[in-house]
Structures are given as structure tokens and as C-alpha cells.
Ligand binder design. Structure first.
Ligand code: CTP
Length: 469
């Protein structure tokens, strides 16, 4: 394992350990990721002694690097140019049933390894001279890495109940690394799912986002559903699941459809918020579901209601309420527009309106719509994709001609007021809106001269008189 230790900080730690006599080990994610050949910037070091003091000594010897001390946790972090190294004293922990804040005592390396979440995260490498580079693997973690299995060092009921966030972590690692969660462990997650409620929403959503950012997010989303975690942390998504049949007519399972849309999109883009838009595009299908004898199942207005649901869900999940929320809301609202466009004769005016409404997010919206095609009928898929190609072409042509993507009114409110000698009032809005609508409908082009002429005509219609020459 010595080749993993080819980083100057390890040599420095070994020298300090020689002086203090407090043995240290690199442990956890760093060891796991090295063995998996995954690049990593975080190093965790556990010391049989005082973690904060070791961190300070290392910081000093590495050229007076900044040391961040977290006194309450007994940990300290040294920031190096390429790595963040966190130091902690070996612990033995016991937990109370209503909190994930442990009662901590000093412990041996074995105690410390026992209290970790997964066998693959409990691997340690010695930084002590006599055993330098030796892998200490009490739970056959290396074997689990090779077999791609997530297993807890202790009875999973204890590991998950001690720190319920680990249930999310299990699913996150399974999704990120394409590992399987051991059967016994999955059953324990099922049993302990309710305990996720004692974890702060910020930490839960952090893991959820990592699942969403994985190469095939549906793996984790399905695990969340199967284990009973989804209905607790994101009930609206859970409600999408299931198929109802009436008079021989079935609608599709909107949960499975959504998962496929997210996966399709994940192949094209790693933007977190675009993946969120995919996850939420049909969120209002259950509350808008209707059955009609002639038309069968419909979900009229699910894009409107869905966009209305976005802020409440974002707030509850503690997701950012500013730009990301507005972006997701907009894409949910607009997600049917390109489809409608591609089904009709694509008129310039409809394309202009879509460009105006989507603005700079038009490319993301098109990507979402293409990902939304989940039909099994290849002919249909081909036809839809072709139609979208036409819409894309039209979008480029119209944008070149009319530049409405980031629409700025060619005639300002000030000019309107000056021209007719009026103050702010409803007439200004009426004239501006009339100009905007005329441009979007293609009655005039998006330029000053044509807009000015229309302003004069509309003003006259409103009984206004031009006061300037
Ligand atoms: N750990 C744990 N239980 C948790 C969180 C962390 O047992 N709820 C332990 C694991 O041994 C883990 C180590 O602390 O390897 C470091 O945790 P962290 O940095 O959060 O995760 P990593 O495993 O390093 O993985 P990643 O960086 O992908 O989050």
C-alpha cells in the first residue's frame, strides 16, 4: 500500500508520530478511493491520541499551513494546496436512541474501525515507522471492494440506528460506485427508515444530490423507494408510483417514467438543477389525474400545477430558493411547449414565444424534452426526435432574425412618456405590451424603427398626441 502514501504530508506525519509516540493511520474514504483508483482530495487521519495537536504540528511543519480546529468534534483540518487533511483522535462511541450525537470516549484503532459505516470505509493504512504502509482490514473490506458489496462492520441495525444518515450513504455509494448493498443491510434500512427523520434536512439533501449526480441516478432513486426512505424524504415523488386501470385503460407508471427521464438526461448533462427539473417535470401528475370515458387518462395542467409545487418542495427540502428554484420552476412549466410545437405546424410566432419565455434556458429545455421521450416504440421515438430537430433548427433561424431570446423592448418607457408628454401610467404599459406582442407575433420586426412607428399608431389610438419632433 506504500505507493498510496507518496504524498509529502504522510512523511511529515510519520516524523511527528516518531516524536510523540501517538500512532496514526490514514483511514476511510481516502484508502477506499485509492484502492478503487478514484481521484480524491480528502484525507482522513486517525490518531491514538490528540487529533488537534497532531494537526497543529503538521500544519506548522508543512510551512505554517492554516489549521481549522473544530473543538466540539475534537477534529482539525489542515488545508494543503492539493489536499484537505482531517485529523481526529480514535474514538469509541455510543449513541442515544433520539439523537445522532454520540457520547464519545477515546478508543483503540479497532474501536474506531468498528464505529465506521461500511467495511470498505473502515480500511486503514499505518503511518507508523515499524509498520509503515501496512493495510489494516479487520472486516475484509478489501474483499468487499473487489466484490462490489456494501456491508456494515457491525450488525447493520446498530450501524444504521447509531447514525441514520448512513442509510442515505449506503444508497449513495451503491449508486456512485455501482456496488450492491448486502441483503441484510437493505433489510435493516427498511426497518430503520423512520429514523432518517432525526437527521438534519441539509445532510439528507446533500446525499440525495450526490445520488442525483451519479452516472445512473435511477439506481439510487429506486433503492430509496424500495427501502421506504423516499416516502419519508420526498413523498411527492413516491406518489408518482403505480398504475391505475379503468375500463381496460392503464396510464404509465409515472415514477418509472421519471426515473428514465432522469437517466436519459444524465447521459447528456451533469448539471444538477437540470437533473432536478427532470425529476420534477411530472410531479403534479397525481393531483391532476382524471379519467374520462372518451379520452381515457389525462393530466391536464400538470405543468402549471407542477411549477407551483416547486417552491414549497424546495423550501421543505432546504434547496436554494433563488436562481436554482426559479430555473427548475421555469423548466417544469415549459416542459410541454416544445412537444406541442413539434406536433403542430411549427409556426414562427410559436417559436418566437417559446424563445421569449425560455430565454437562455432554451437549450436545457430542449434537452429535457428529448429526455422525456421514453416510448418503447422506435418509430415513434424517431418521429419525435426528428420533430425536435426541426424545432431546434427553427429556433436558430428565428433567433438570428428576431433576437427575442433575451428580449429587450426596442422602445423604452421613457421614450413613450417623452414622445406623448405623459407621466407613468397604464398607457405606457399598454403601448409597451402592444409592441412586444407585435414582435412575438411577427407583425413587426424587433427593431427601433418599426417599434417606434407602432408606438405612434397605438398612442394615437389611445387618444395621445405627439409632443416632440
Ligand atoms: N463515516 C461514517 N459514518 C458517516 C460518515 C462518515 O462512518 N455517517 C466515516 C467513514 O469511515 C468515512 C469517513 O468517516 O469513510 C469519512 O467520511 P466522509 O468524508 O463524509 O466520506 P467519505 O467516505 O470520505 O466519502 P465522500 O468523500 O465520497 O463523501
Amino acid at each position: 500500500m506504500e505507493h498510496f502514501l507518496n504524498i509529502p504530508v504522510f512523511k511529515v506525519i510519520t516524523d511527528i508520530v516518531e516524536e510523540t509516540g501517538q500512532p496514526a493511520f490514514v483511514i476511510g474514504g481516502f484508502v477506499r478511493d485509492c484502492l478503487l483508483n478514484r481521484p480524491t482530495k480528502d484525507i482522513d487521519v486517525v490518531v491514538l491520541g490528540n487529533g488537534i495537536e497532531l494537526a497543529k504540528a503538521v500544519g506548522k511543519k508543512m510551512g505554517n499551513r492554516p489549521v481549522n480546529v473544530f473543538k466540539n468534534f475534537g477534529t482539525a483540518m489542515v488545508s494543503l494546496p492539493d489536499y484537505e487533511v482531517e485529523f481526529v483522535g480514535a474514538r469509541k462511541e455510543s449513541y442515544r436512541s433520539n439523537s445522532r450525537k454520540p457520547i464519545v470516549e477515546n478508543g483503540t484503532l479497532e474501536d474506531d474501525q468498528n464505529r465506521r459505516d461500511f467495511t470498505i470505509n473502515a480500511l486503514a493504512i499505518s503511518l507508523n515507522k515499524e509498520s509503515w504502509g501496512k493495510l489494516i482490514d479487520p472486516f475484509e473490506g478489501q474483499n468487499d471492494l473487489a466484490k462490489k458489496i456494501l456491508r456494515t462492520p457491525l450488525d447493520p441495525d446498530i450501524t444504521y440506528s447509531d447514525d441514520p444518515l448512513r442509510m442515505m450513504r449506503a444508497i449513495r455509494f451503491a449508486t456512485q460506485l455501482s456496488f450492491k448493498i448486502e441483503k441484510k443491510s437493505l433489510a435493516a434500512i427498511n426497518r430503520n427508515a423512520e429514523r432518517i427523520k432525526i437527521i438534519s434536512q441539509e445532510r439528507v439533501i446533500d446525499e440525495f444530490n450526490k445520488i442525483l449526480l451519479a452516472p445512473i441516478p435511477s439506481v439510487g432513486l429506486e433503492l430509496l423507494e424500495n427501502t421506504g426512505l423516499l416516502k419519508i424524504i420526498f413523498p411527492e415523488l413516491q406518489t408518482l408510483k403505480g398504475v391505475e386501470i379503468k375500463k381496460g385503460k392503464a396510464h404509465k407508471d409515472n415514477f418509472l417514467h421519471t426515473l428514465q427521464v432522469v437517466d436519459n438526461l444524465a447521459e447528456k448533462s451533469s448539471k444538477l438543477w437540470l437533473r432536478w427539473a427532470a425529476l420534477m417535470h411530472d410531479i403534479a401528475k397525481p393531483p391532476t389525474k382524471r379519467f374520462d370515458d372518451s379520452t381515457g387518462w389525462t393530466f391536464h395542467g400538470h405543468e402549471f400545477l407542477g411549477s407551483k409545487m416547486v417552491p414549497g418542495i424546495f423550501r421543505r427540502l432546504k434547496l436554494p430558493m433563488n436562481q436554482p428554484m426559479k430555473y427548475v420552476q421555469k423548466l417544469v412549466l415549459l416542459h410541454l411547449r416544445p412537444i406541442v410545437l413539434s406536433q403542430e405546424d411549427v409556426t414562427d410566432s410559436a417559436v418566437r414565444r417559446l424563445l421569449f419565455d425560455a430565454g437562455d434556458d432554451i437549450d436545457d429545455l430542449m434537452m429535457l424534452c428529448e429526455a422525456d421521450i421514453t416510448s418503447k416504440n422506435e418509430e415513434k421515438v424517431k418521429r419525435f426526435l426528428n420533430n425536435f430537430q426541426l424545432v431546434r433548427q427553427k429556433l436558430v433561424e428565428i433567433e438570428e432574425k428576431d433576437a427575442v431570446r433575451n428580449f429587450q423592448p426596442p422602445v423604452s418607457g421613457e421614450l413613450i412618456m417623452e414622445t406623448f408628454g405623459i407621466g407613468p401610467g397604464s398607457e405606457v404599459g399598454i403601448i409597451k405590451n402592444c409592441i412586444k406582442e407585435a414582435i412575438l407575433d411577427g407583425i413587426i420586426h424587433n427593431n427601433f424603427d418599426e417599434a417606434y412607428k407602432l408606438m405612434l399608431a397605438k398612442g394615437k389610438e389611445l387618444g395621445l398626441k405627439k409632443t416632440t419632433e
